[in-house]
Design a binder for this molecule. Structure first.
Ligand SMILES: O=C(O)c1ccc(O)c(O)c1
Ligand SMILES: [Mg+2]
Length: 628
């Protein structure tokens, strides 16, 4: 298969788009007509520019409102097609993509359309070109690939072929089995797009919400299996119309596109054994069993205050790094690294972002294999010098320039606390009863959200939960959970289009995207809250009204509600499952901790989020002193 991407996927001018596409290692590009119309140069100049970046134009598109026109329009569309062939000749492109007619003037009839395509095929042949027909899901007469295929079949011309666009096919829930009997050499182009499941008209859904395979909810695998069954080995191109992509970084979106294709083709290979290009053979997705550590970058000024907060939360100093100004704090199965070193990655991170999470380490089955997969997915590996005898923990660049480390048992990397650190005398790490990292919540720009969703789910064996929409006093926040099946790793991606939400203001305070909060699990939240209070840690106050409502919303006994109220604990229930949450006040820089107790509950307390956000917003407005 020869893969490509359409210029319409990316932001920028034609030159910027082509540059980003080449940088993401594509070899082919679909030129959208508008990108050429707005290019300041002749089609021959565009060709030189495109070829200068090592790219080939695989198709020129879209040619609209062609088939089924009555005269006099019919003659005009053929004249228009000849003009496009002129342009294509200069552009060095031999495939014109025609999408199905949407004009109210067009007439139906498969044979009429087939006759038009036969004639177009004749004209294309005279120019050494070919044409391919796509059924738009909102086409006036043709909106089903089975009909566009019938048109192509009856046109019966070697220069006329079919376009299969996964969006148009899957959005309408069209039966896929007919794809399997299309001769693969008649499929001139396959366009790939995923999309979230939304209930809206096909045109708006297609023009604003498409996304790369793996970022949405459509059954891309079933489409690829049907295509695979034809033995298709031709052009396969990403064609995404998405408002966030148009506003995002062309470089990063193009890399996302390449990443999504590599994963999609590798998954196809795994399912069907289909022989595919070398670059698509990947090590398996990393099995992940939780967070091994969270690393904070601090400076000398803030280190003592931060460690005091950790101590208040029940953490104890478990070790001192053998060669760096770094300490290991532990409680239950939770490890926190406090990095106050004056050199290296954490130090630079601290200079830019202040006290903040500069790295996360995940427990995986095979750490070197995970980085190998990451590199093949065009993720950025990271390395810095380590002291003699110390472990070299593999890492890649993560959100906001932070690091994502991988620790495994197989390579002995889980010995890091004994190898790299000098253990302290402390032996009891019960603390206030916190046992593990429940989830890590990251805030980012709205335009980056699909990038990081793909980053995680292309690398790790995780699934995405449906997006939740949360109401913040300053606007709407989108919240996307990514989880392993057993819940041992839970990541939340938050983003907002409003500048005034807590999530957006965090980006301003941090000078970038990053970890906004970490939720720590306890088996007994009332007991943990009591001990936190004894340690002088105040939890985020929750309004009385919330508890009045809780009494009527749930069947909790009045005394149970009273206990929750006394400790500022939020509550949710789903069937027999229960969830308890409490929050620390916000630290300098906007970071905070959450304490949760899960009883068979799988969500994140979305009903409580607006209450918590309102309390945090109110407290921020009151400008509490820094610290907890
Ligand atoms: O939205 C459109 O008009 C449009 C144009 C070209 C395509 O290939 C397509 O799938 C949609
Ligand atoms: Mg298309």
């Amino acid at each position: 298969m020869r893969t490509a991407i359409a210029t319409v996927c990316l932001s920028g001018t034609l030159t910027e788009k082509i540059e980003a596409i080449a940088a993401a290692q594509f070899k082919g590009v679909e030129i959208f007509e508008n990108d050429l119309l707005s290019f300041n140069g002749t089609p021959a100049d565009a060709r030189r520019m495109i070829e200068g970046f090592g790219l080939r134009t695989i198709t020129f598109q879209p040619f609209r409102d062609f088939e089924g026109m009555p005269e006099p329009q019919r003659s005009k569309v053929f004249a228009r097609a000849e003009r496009k062939f002129d342009v294509m000749q200069e552009l060095g492109c031999d495939l014109l993509m025609v999408c199905s007619n949407v004009s109210p003037d067009s007439l139906g009839g498969i044979d009429r359309a087939a006759a038009d395509f036969h004639e177009l095929g004749e004209r294309a042949t005279r120019r050494g070109m070919r044409v391919a027909f796509e059924a738009l899901s909102w086409g006036r007469h043709i909106h089903d690939y089975r009909d566009s295929w019938e048109v192509v079949r009856r046109a019966n011309h070697p220069a006329v072929g079919l376009v299969l666009d996964s969006f148009h096919v899957l959005a309408r829930n069209t039966d896929l089995s007919a794809i399997r009997s299309i001769p693969s050499d008649k499929i001139f182009l396959v366009q790939m797009a995923d999309a979230p499941r939304l209930d809206m008209d096909y045109l708006s859904w297609s023009r604003h919400y498409r996304c790369f395979p793996g970022q949405g909810d459509l059954p891309i695998d079933a489409f690829m299996d049907a295509l695979g069954a034809t033995g298709f080995n031709g052009l396969l191109s990403l064609e995404i119309f998405n408002d966030r992509f148009r506003a995002g970084s062309a470089r990063s979106v193009a890399i996302d596109g390449q990443r999504s294709l590599i994963v999609m083709l590798d998954e196809l290979r795994r399912r069907t054994g289909a022989a595919l290009p070398e670059h698509s053979v990947l090590p398996p997705k990393a099995t992940c069993s939780g967070v091994e550590f969270v690393e904070f970058a601090v400076d000398e000024r803030s280190a003592a205050g931060f460690e005091q907060i950790l101590a208040g939360l029940g953490f104890q100093k478990a070790g001192r790094h053998r060669s760096k100004s770094v300490t290991h704090w532990r409680q239950g199965d939770i490890n926190i690294v406090v990095n106050a070193d004056k050199e290296g990655f954490a130090h630079s991170f601290n200079i830019t972002h202040g006290t903040s999470v500069c790295a996360l380490a995940l427990r995986v089955g095979d750490a070197p294999g995970t980085v190998d997969r990451a590199v093949r997915l065009l993720d950025q590996p990271f390395q810095q010098p380590v002291g003699p005898g110390e472990l070299n923990i593999p890492a890649v660049r993560g959100l906001g320039g932070s690091l994502l480390y991988f620790v495994d048992h197989k390579s002995g990397l889980d010995r890091l606390w004994d190898v790299d650190f000098e253990p302290t005398e402390v032996r009891d790490f019960t603390g206030v009863g916190l046992t593990s990292v429940d989830h890590v919540s990251q805030s980012m720009h709205y335009e980056e959200m699909l990038t990081w969703l793909l980053f995680y789910n292309s690398l790790l064996d995780v699934r995405k939960a449906p997006v939740q929409v949360v109401i913040d006093p300053g606007g709407v926040v989108q919240s996307q959970a990514i989880e392993t099946r057993d819940g041992s790793l839970r990541l939340i991606l938050n983003a907002s289009q409003s500048q005034r939400t807590l999530s957006s203001r965090f980006l301003t305070e941090l000078f970038g995207s990053g970890v906004q909060h970490i939720a720590l699990a306890t088996g007994d939240i009332l007991e943990t809250a009591k001990r936190l209070k004894a340690n002088g840690i105040d939890l985020l106050p929750i309004p009385e009204n919330y508890y009045d409502d809780l009494e009527v919303r749930t069947d909790l006994a009045a005394e149970d509600v009273e206990r929750l109220r006394a400790s500022n604990i939020l509550y949710d229930r789903e069937g027999g499952a229960e969830y308890f949450q409490a929050y620390t006040k916000t630290l300098e820089g906007g970071f905070f901790f959450e304490i949760v107790e899960r009883r068979s509950y799988q969500g994140y307390g979305a009903v409580n989020a607006p209450i918590r956000l309102a309390s945090q917003t109110r407290l921020a407005a009151e400008a509490v002193p820094s610290g907890l």
